[in-house]
Design a protein around this ligand. Structure first.
Ligand code: ADP
Length: 884
């Protein structure tokens, strides 16, 4: 095996050994090459052709490559797939190198540290997180390297950590070796890359960034995160902001399931942003505003003063249409200052970025002016934070030309008059042009060749070009041939050489000087990064607030009154997203009345009548209110919720059976064990995923438990009409229903929520519409009555008997008893009834044929409670056809 490697492969291997978990892009001339396993895997992922190096050898080395100019797009693909990429550059000019060209890794790009974010990604944060464990507590830190935001918190459980990571949508987590297996598995299943960092460096950056933190565990985890960055990122971290500790409990908590269910950020069906609350509310004009809006949506406030402050500003902006339009016009011209600050620190800004920075800064005085014209105390603080950085704007204005080239190394970036030395070089260059023009004229005179011209190219420099027909006229003694073309020859003269040296010298020096000047300007901007970040923060806030004002006006939102008690009164509430798709006219607004005396609304009504929309609209209203936005209603008074829990099944996940039921129970349990009397719980059709009585018993027990022990504001939708009798025994439960009616033989959903339980004979009503025989319907009615009477009795007994109440220790003990009872109550119904022809397998009146028997058996097996009206109709139609 001791095969001798070429010196290059030896060098490659040395570098690769330092980055075993990254794809190594190894620069070779105009290409980056991948070798060995990197090449095999990379060729597949990047759709490149796999070749070999040394094909003649016994063990040829697999290899593939990408052109250096296109490298970014290939890197992006790998990073998106969750891999790391190390870029290894040539550190000297290969032409001048003696022996092997020196190479070194200049960049390590990882999913959590990617900075060049374009398109949609510009409107999103990219968070790198770090986790460490101390005693029974987890410490978490996160940063967005492109903006320098740095935060830390402590969490009590693995679930808490996972939830926070999902909220942050982190693609990469830095951890010490000892992390619980459960956490590692959770990261793995979500394709979150875990990067190891063992050592905390002793560096001044870390002391600086952690200086405001008091908790040792939080200082540790921030140290871990920054150490990882210092080790892997070959770049300045000057733009990173001092770490801020936050308490998850100072925001409204919405667990990940509920965020998904409520479609705050992503659409359940398409996985996209369209159709979400974030999409609806986002009328921001800047990418940083859009990112801040998502952060606010992710963490609605619970501090009433902070909510009021945002609302006050939205109200002002809402009332002042023209000022608001002016602000929008200025904001559109504001560049992504947050990310620009990051790139300034990294040293990757060019002339165009600086011009954009200047343009952005020029908007600030105009924005201040508009806000001052509003003459409202609510904007005093925000206005004072709008620092126009006049020094920086002036500097750029004096130094950088209005339309600089992309490259900062080729000159043409610095304005005339900014630097004396540069002006002198430029003079020489300009004069040079004149010299050349004069020389050309002079040579034409001397030779008599009228089309003689002096030109320039990169390879040969300046030359005199003479067409073939005129060659006999040139002075052979002075003209020295440089190049032969098809129709012409090119020459040089001693005089031309002299001018050339002067011109090219000036040009070279001026380009070098320009670059030096540019770097100095960049450094001056870098010193002001913190001011720039503060300005960015203030502008982002203003942008989100104006966005709230815009949507509040467009969609007729009102300012909610936030109370410190438990009053919840909404008049004409709407689901803002459904309303937008459907149109303001079409949507049926609904009230929610839950005073101090009401904790639970039990919502009944047919499928598709609007139960779940009604529940969701309340949750969205609460979230919007606590973000500081106005809400879709004609009047709204709300308590401040500490948490929202939901169990809202999508229609189709009910089909998948047991596993869904497990999820359902887990989510319900999560709500029951963590909700407080300040929380909001939405339970949609709980218990539906299991057998009817089983599910109904569970549903009832859950309602009782909430009523007795949790006392959170709860909306509970159900198709078990039997549960509506709970209103008689549970004083803080109210029945409401969503109406439907029959019109021209068709079922019409009214989408209107009213007090009281839904019409119980609804399912039978559908059967009637389908044309079922009258005796059958009558019989169904009888059975229903019996079932209901039994259930009502049972419910009364259960609720009245205090020993039957679930205790916090055994919330699930009761349902089982209840199932037994319910089943016992239901069973005699079928057996005892003598005239029950339809349900009797041995008919007394008429012998059934095979077909009829089959239908009857199917009917017996049918789980009516688990079917939608449409399914019932289809089934009935099917039978009718069979029996004809
Ligand atoms: P359920 O939960 O009762 O099965 P949904 O809440 O899913 O019903 O509503 C079914 C459909 O009815 C929704 O997709 C929506 O289009 C429509 N809908 C619901 N509520 C309203 C309303 N208030 N006004 C108009 N249409 C509504």
């Amino acid at each position: 095996m001791a095969k001798k490697q070429t010196p290059m492969m030896e060098q490659y291997q040395k570098v690769k050994d330092q980055y075993p978990d990254a794809f190594l892009f190894y620069r070779l001339g105009d290409f980056y090459e991948l070798f060995n396993e990197d090449a095999v895997k990379g060729a597949q992922l990047l759709e490149l052709t796999l070749t070999t190096r040394n094909h003649s050898a016994k063990n040829p080395i697999p290899m593939c490559g990408v052109p250096h100019r296109a490298v970014e797009s290939y890197v992006d693909v790998l990073i998106d797939k969750g891999y790391k990429v190390a870029i290894c550059e040539q550190m000297e000019d290969p032409k001048k190198a003696k022996g092997m060209v020196k190479r070194a890794v200049t960049r390590l790009i990882t999913p959590g540290t990617q900075m060049d974010l374009n398109g949609d990604q510009a409107r999103q944060n990219n968070y790198l997180a770090a986790i460490s464990q101390a005693d029974n507590q987890f410490n978490l830190a996160y940063t967005d390297l492109s903006t320098g935001e740095l935060k830390t918190t402590s969490l009590g459980s693995v679930e808490g950590v996972i939830n926070e990571l999902i909220n942050l949508q982190s693609k990469e987590v830095v951890g010490e070796e000892a992390l619980p297996a459960r956490l590692k598995a959770a990261l793995d299943s979500r394709h979150i890359l875990l990067s190891q960092q063992t050592e905390i460096l002793k560096r001044s950056e870390i002391s600086y960034l952690t200086q405001d933190l008091t908790a040792a565990g939080q200082r540790h985890v921030v140290g871990l995160l920054v150490s990882y960055l210092l080790t892997t990122q070959k770049r300045s971290l000057a733009h990173m902001q001092r770490a801020i500790a936050y308490q998850p409990s100072s925001f409204m908590k919405i667990d990940h399931y509920s965020k998904t269910n409520l479609e705050l950020m992503t659409n359940l069906r398409s996985g996209k942003r369209q159709g979400t609350l974030s999409w609806l509310l986002d009328e921001t004009k800047t990418a940083m505003g859009s990112r801040l809006l998502k952060r606010w949506l992710d963490r609605p406030l619970i501090d009433p003063t902070a909510i009021k402050e945002r609302q006050d500003k939205v109200a002002e902006l809402l009332d002042h249409y023209f000022e608001r339009s002016n602000l929008q016009e200025e904001l559109i011209k504001v560049y992504d200052l947050e990310r620009l600050a990051g790139r300034v620190a990294y040293g990757s800004v060019n002339g165009r970025d600086l011009i954009q920075l200047k343009t952005s800064l020029e908007q600030v005085p105009k924005i201040k002016y508009v806000l001052e014209a509003l003459d409202s105390p609510v904007f005093t603080d925000l206005t004072s934070r709008l620092d126009p950085l006049t020094d920086i704007a002036d500097l750029i204005d004096r130094a950088i030309v209005e339309e600089p080239p992309i490259a900062v190394t080729d000159g043409g970036v610095i304005k005339d008059g900014y630097n004396d030395q540069l002006d002198q070089y430029r003079d020489a260059m300009n004069n040079g042009k004149q010299w050349i023009a004069d020389l050309q004229e002079q040579e034409r005179q001397v030779t008599g060749i009228n089309n003689l011209k002096i030109g320039y190219n990169h390879v040969f420099g300046y030359f005199i070009e003479v067409t073939k027909v005129n060659l006999d006229k040139i002075p052979r003694d002075r003209y020295e041939r440089k190049q032969t073309l098809v129709n012409a020859e090119r020459f040089s003269t001693p005089e031309l050489k002299e001018k050339e040296a002067l011109i090219l010298g000036a040009q070279e020096k001026s380009v070098a000087l320009e670059y030096d000047l540019f770097v100095k300007i960049r450094e001056q901007v870098k010193e002001q990064i913190q001011r720039l970040q503060k300005l960015a923060q203030a502008l982002s806030e203003l942008d989100v607030l104006q966005s709230f004002a815009v949507v509040s006006e467009d969609y007729h939102f009102v300012r909610p009154i936030m109370n410190s008690g438990h009053q919840l009164q909404i008049k004409d509430g709407r689901h803002p997203v459904v309303e937008k798709f459907m149109g303001h006219q079409e949507y049926v607004p609904n009230d929610v009345q839950m005073g101090d005396d009401t904790d639970i609304l039990l919502i009944t009504g047919p499928n598709m009548s609007g139960k779940s929309t009604y529940m969701r609209q309340l949750a969205l209203t609460a979230v919007m209110a606590q973000m500081g936005c106005f809400v879709p209603a004609s009047r709204a008074e709300l308590p401040i919720f500490d948490q929202i829990f939901t169990r809202i099944g999508a229609a189709d996940d009910l089909i998948s059976g047991e596993s869904t039921f497990m999820v359902e129970m887990m989510e319900a349990n999560n709500a029951l064990s963590h909700a407080t009397d300040r929380s909001l719980i939405l339970f949609d059709e709980i218990g539906r995923g299991t057998a009817t009585y089983d599910g109904m018993a569970l549903a009832q027990a859950i309602i009782e438990y909430v009523h007795q022990h949790v006392r959170a504001k709860t909306l509970f939708s159900t198709h078990y009409h039997e549960l509506t009798s709970l209103e008689e025994t549970l004083p803080r439960l109210k029945n409401v229903h969503v109406g439907a009616t029959e019109k021209n033989g068709e079922l019409v959903f009214l989408h209107k929520v009213s007090a009281g339980p839904a019409d119980k004979s609804y399912g039978i009503h559908v059967a009637k519409l389908a044309g079922m025989p009258a005796p059958l319907l009558k019989r169904a009615d009888q059975i229903l009555q019996k079932l209901e009477n039994k259930e009502a009795e049972l419910a009364k007994k259960g609720a009245a008997d205090p020993t039957n109440q679930p205790t916090p220790q055994q919330p699930a003990a009761q349902p089982n008893d209840r199932v037994q009872e319910a089943l016992a109550a239901a069973a005699p119904l079928v057996e005892q009834n003598g005239q029950m022809e339809l349900f009797n397998p041995q008919p007394t009146a008429k012998k059934l044929d095979k077909k009829e028997e089959r239908v009857l058996n199917q009917l017996k097996e049918l789980n009516l409670m688990g079917m939608t009206p449409m399914e019932v109709m289809n089934q009935l139609y099917d039978w009718q056809q069979k029996l004809k």
